[in-house]
Write a protein that binds this ligand. Structure first.
Ligand SMILES: NC(=O)C1=CN([C@@H]2O[C@H](COP(=O)(O)OP(=O)(O)OC[C@H]3O[C@@H](n4cnc5c(N)ncnc54)[C@H](O)[C@@H]3O)[C@@H](O)[C@H]2O)C=CC1
Ligand SMILES: O=C(O)[C@@H]1CCC=N1
Length: 267
């Protein structure tokens, strides 16, 4: 990639935008401007915390941007696309929103606009997002390099089809909250042993980090479960309770509930 400044405009300054910005600011190639509707206090905070530029009217900066990141709710897209469309002239337009496909963006932006759909998660804040990404039909090789640089700053990514991003949104986007739900239950149970909140948080976080590292060795979940459960031992009893209560089915049903909700924005 050329050593050129990549002028990047974030429309939306919420949780996901801030998680991404917190890492992107470390890459000096990205020059970030943030804009938001309504919450001006949030914009002032973002300016102070991340030392980025802010704009009260994105119309002032969008024409001079190389990349526009839409980090707004799915249902805010139709109106925003209508407003930005006349000002799009060669920018790469990226959405992070559940259910907003590249083909849908292409239909609403000028002919041959470069678009992408990225589905990060909040671990972007520590450079550990797992981000399935679909690119539209008109992304140039140079824009693809820019997109990959952006994604590398927030974690790892896979270029997949838009159908796959749709299917994976619940798994990489939403399911971190399921993992935190398990963490919450473990912390609360751990606290009953008399340790401090900080000790409980640390022990549980390290246990999850260790488990994730084991998964990354390439061993399957089945193999790892078997490795933990000593035959005739205590873990097997806990696993029996999870199985008797259909834990796998409950997780699959929860994933489906996320998908059903995200699909309400899918056209
Ligand atoms: N929070 C997460 O873990 C993830 C969120 N996403 C997607 O990111 C997007 C934003 O979600 P969050 O950051 O969680 O929500 P949020 O509520 O924290 O942030 C949304 C931001 O968009 C702004 N906004 C709303 N309408 C706007 C408009 N018309 N123009 C400009 N700004 C506008 C709001 O003021 C707010 O700052 C959603 O589309 C969501 O699907 C995707 C993956 C993960
Ligand atoms: O809860 C949501 O709607 C967003 C999409 C994926 C994660 N958070």
């Amino acid at each position: 990639m050329e050593n050129k400044t990549i002028k990047t405009l974030f429309i939306g300054a919420g949780r996901m935008a801030q998680a991404m910005i917190s890492q992107l600011v470390k890459d000096t190639r990205f020059e970030i401007t943030v804009t938001n509707s309504g919450n001006q206090k949030r914009l002032t905070d973002v300016k102070e915390i991340y030392e980025v530029s802010v704009a009260t009217a994105w119309t002032d900066v969008i024409e001079d941007s190389d990349v526009v990141v839409l980090a707004i709710p799915p249902d805010a897209h139709p109106a925003i696309l209508g407003e930005i469309s006349p000002l799009i002239k060669g920018q790469l337009v990226i959405t992070v929103a559940a259910g907003i496909r590249p083909s849908w963006l292409e239909e609403r932006l000028p002919d041959k606009t470069a678009v992408a759909w990225v589905m990060p998660n909040t671990a972007a804040e520590v450079g550990q997002s797992s981000t399935p990404t679909a690119v539209g039909n008109y992304v140039t090789p140079a824009q693809k390099e820019v997109l990959e640089a952006l994604l590398s700053n927030i974690g790892t990514f896979e270029i997949v089809t838009e159908e796959q991003v749709k299917a994976l949104t619940a798994i990489t986007g939403s399911a971190p909250a399921f993992v935190y739900k398990i963490a919450q239950a473990l912390v609360e149970t751990g606290l009953k042993s008399g340790i401090t909140v900080s000790q409980a948080n640390h022990l549980v976080a390290q246990m999850i980090l260790g488990s994730a590292s084991m998964l990354k060795t390439g061993k399957s979940p089945e193999e790892l479960i078997d490795q933990v459960a000593t035959p005739g031992g205590s873990t097997a009893e806990g696993l029996r309770v999870l199985d008797e209560n259909n834990t796998k089915e409950i997780i699959a049903t929860a994933i489906q509930a996320c998908r059903d909700k995200a699909n309400q924005s899918d056209n």
